[in-house]
Design a protein around this ligand. Structure first.
Ligand SMILES: *[C@@H]1O[C@H](CO)[C@@H](O)[C@H](O)[C@H]1NC(C)=O
Ligand SMILES: *[C@@H]1O[C@H](CO)[C@@H](O)[C@H](O)[C@H]1NC(C)=O
Ligand SMILES: *[C@@H]1O[C@H](CO)[C@@H](O)[C@H](O)[C@H]1NC(C)=O
Ligand SMILES: *[C@@H]1O[C@H](CO)[C@@H](O)[C@H](O)[C@H]1NC(C)=O
Ligand SMILES: *[C@@H]1O[C@H](CO)[C@@H](O)[C@H](O)[C@H]1NC(C)=O
Ligand SMILES: *[C@@H]1O[C@H](CO)[C@@H](O)[C@H](O)[C@H]1NC(C)=O
Ligand SMILES: *[C@@H]1O[C@H](CO)[C@@H](O)[C@H](O)[C@H]1NC(C)=O
Ligand SMILES: *[C@@H]1O[C@H](CO)[C@@H](O)[C@H](O)[C@H]1NC(C)=O
Ligand SMILES: *[C@@H]1O[C@H](CO)[C@@H](O)[C@H](O)[C@H]1NC(C)=O
Ligand SMILES: *[C@@H]1O[C@H](CO)[C@@H](O)[C@H](O)[C@H]1NC(C)=O
Ligand SMILES: *[C@@H]1O[C@H](CO)[C@@H](O)[C@H](O)[C@H]1NC(C)=O
Ligand SMILES: *[C@@H]1O[C@H](CO)[C@@H](O)[C@H](O)[C@H]1NC(C)=O
Length: 484
């Protein structure tokens, strides 16, 4: 991918938003927007392999959705997650969302490893008339990191779950769906694109380090929350995360091109895809200049120096810089009153192999992961459906421990048999449905965003009962909700 910037005299501030879905109604302006997502197979060739991938509207990454936020919050109903059956071939389903007081995010699939190819950006801009808490960028460029498997990712994970060992690693990382010039057979796939900078991370299993040589990035927003801006040469971004950064462009035509690269940050001992994805940042030569005849290809190419793959001190330092903006206009509204305390430990370990099987996990075991030492087993009935129709018997139980049963001594070095899950990052789909920080009634899926940990059982669901008010009740499923 090439990001091309125009350089004339003033320094441009370019907004990168890295990261991921809907039918939308705008209650204030009364605008309803309709987007049609056709989930279908289409052929893509990368790294000399042509394969059929599942994508939306034949686009990879999927279509970009953009609109302005209104004053309230977003309420999703019967969204398709573990809590609801997937849409079956030939079926359709209308997601009816109201967007209230939210900003930019990423949409993605929650079915097995389909997220490998089923994702795209949702850009929720600030409410009309509300400025950014920083200088308005000249241009916005969404950048989505992904992971490419030559094999079918569904087969990769089902094979791993059968053998109990670690899944095969990906063959490449991608930027906006493209592996870029460092991989075989992909240089010629480069597409020149002029795009508005927001980074979305949609790789399945890897945290990524990203840098643009000779440029400094100013981080202004992480996961749709404005942060106290800080400058960095390198960005650390985890799966499912979104980060908005401002790139300060060179004041003069630099006569150089810049290799933007990303590769993983890894602290565990398992195998991982250690390859590097690259994109090129180039400046358009000023019109009527002597340079206009120089081919971009001939310009010097600078490459960034990324921290080591295991540079924990860089990662810790980066994480410590994240501070909520907390300005008068954007205060840190953290709920002060806590009704119930939960204490969750996440674990990545092993469980014994079935008697009649041989397992390829450590010491003949199978990998498994847990929350408070409970591994999630996939239900065959959708949880939200079971909950709404009062048919939870045999589907789920309500005795999930709210703290670990066996207390763990966190101050001692963990025994070897525990694997490092310190990088686990969570996604909890809970959506407030009123102005008192209440959580929408229904069933909410909480899971690790490193997909392999989720596959091994690092997931759980919350059941939020109906509140007193009429707007705090779970609505019945729409007529078209997917059935088995
Ligand atoms: C994808 O490619 C295969 C052969 O490589 C071909 O048989 C198939 O028809 C193609 N599918 C689509 C949707 O183009
Ligand atoms: C979407 O939800 C709104 C508010 O609940 C409702 O008025 C509208 O009829 C719904 N539209 C569709 C297409 O279901
Ligand atoms: C995973 O890797 C193993 C060993 O290289 C190979 O035999 C297997 O076919 C691979 N699985 C997939 C789904 O490509
Ligand atoms: C890339 O191509 C070269 C030359 O054909 C080959 O030696 C190398 O193994 C390939 N690398 C990968 C990762 O396929
Ligand atoms: C980019 O950085 C390299 C190495 O630090 C330096 O030699 C070069 O002059 C820089 N180029 C620009 C345009 O800043
Ligand atoms: C830009 O690069 C070209 C080719 O490398 C060179 O001829 C030219 O002098 C350079 N211009 C400047 C302003 O550095
Ligand atoms: C990536 O891992 C492979 C296999 O472990 C190793 O041979 C290779 O040198 C590594 N490449 C880099 C760039 O670290
Ligand atoms: C990172 O890996 C290198 C090479 O494997 C090793 O020498 C070094 O100790 C590791 N650093 C950390 C912080 O684990
Ligand atoms: C292992 O044993 C169980 C129960 O006896 C059986 O259902 C299963 O098919 C067996 N698996 C294999 C791989 O033989
Ligand atoms: C591996 O398994 C054997 C036999 O079950 C056991 O004696 C040994 O302690 C295990 N090793 C580790 C590192 O867990
Ligand atoms: C986790 O559960 C397993 C099996 O139920 C049990 O053997 C183990 O002691 C538990 N570990 C902790 C730390 O609670
Ligand atoms: C945890 O381990 C440390 C070091 O061994 C010890 O000093 C401390 O008392 C232990 N804490 C608990 C709660 O057992």
């Amino acid at each position: 991918m090439r990001v091309s910037l125009l350089s004339s005299s003033p320094t441009f501030l370019v907004f990168f938003s890295f990261s991921t879905f809907c039918l939308l109604a705008d209650p204030v302006l009364g605008i309803t927007r309709h987007y049609k997502f056709d989930v279908k197979l289409h052929n893509v060739t990368h790294l000399c392999h042509t394969k059929s991938i599942v994508s939306v509207n034949g686009q990879f990454p999927g279509p970009r959705i953009a609109w302005h936020s209104t004053a309230s919050k977003w309420v999703g109903r019967w969204a398709i997650i573990v809590t609801q059956f997937p849409i079956q071939t030939g079926q359709s389903y209308v997601y009816n969302f109201t967007i209230v007081g939210q900003r930019g995010t990423l949409w993605h699939s929650h079915i097995s490893w389909l997220r490998a190819t089923l994702y795209g950006p949702i850009v929720i801009l600030p409410k009309r008339g509300v400025p950014y808490p920083f200088a308005k960028p000249y241009k916005e460029v969404p950048i989505i990191f992904g992971e490419w498997f030559n094999a079918d990712p569904e087969v990769v994970i089902s094979q791993a779950l059968q053998t109990g060992g670690g899944p095969n690693v990906s063959d490449a990382y991608t930027i906006n769906g493209l592996p870029g010039p460092l991989y075989n057979c992909s240089a010629k796939c480069e597409v020149r694109q002029d795009l508005p900078f927001a980074f979305n991370q949609c790789s399945l299993n890897d945290e990524l380090l990203f840098s643009i040589p000779n440029h400094t990035l100013s981080v202004v927003d992480v996961d749709s929350i404005y942060v106290k801006p800080f400058e960095t040469k390198t960005l650390l971004i985890t799966p499912g995360q979104t980060t908005n950064v401002i790139l300060k462009t060179k004041p003069k035509y630099p006569n150089d091109t810049f290799f933007m690269t990303a590769r993983p940050y890894v602290t565990s001992q398992g195998t991982f895809d250690n390859s590097t994805v690259a994109g090129i940042l180039e400046y358009e030569s000023p019109p009527s200049s002597l340079h206009s005849s120089i081919s971009i290809k001939k310009l010097p190419l600078f490459k960034p120096i990324l921290p080591a793959l295991n540079d924990t001190s860089f990662a810790t330092n980066f994480a410590h810089k994240l501070r909520i903006l907390g300005s008068a206009q954007y205060p840190a509204n953290v709920p002060q009153k806590v009704d119930k305390h939960f204490f969750f430990t996440v674990g990545l370990g092993t469980s014994p192999c079935q008697h009649n099987q041989t397992c390829q996990g450590p010491n003949g075991t199978q990998f498994s992961a847990s929350v408070n030492n409970v591994s999630f087993a996939m239900p065959t009935t959708a949880l939200l459906q079971a909950h709404f129709f009062g048919q939870s018997n045999g589907v789920y139980t309500l005795d999930f421990p709210s703290s670990p049963i066996i207390p763990f001594n966190y101050t001692v070095t963990p025994p070897k048999k525990y694997y490092d899950a310190s990088d686990a990052c969570f996604e909890l789909m809970m959506i407030a449905n009123d102005n008192k920080n209440c959580i929408g009634a229904g069933v909410w899926f909480m899971h690790c965003h490193l997909e392999v940990h989720t596959s091994w059982g690092l997931k759980m669901a919350w059941i939020v009962l109906d509140g007193e008010l009429s707007n705090q009740k779970l609505l019945p499923p729409p007529a078209d909700f997917p059935k088995c």
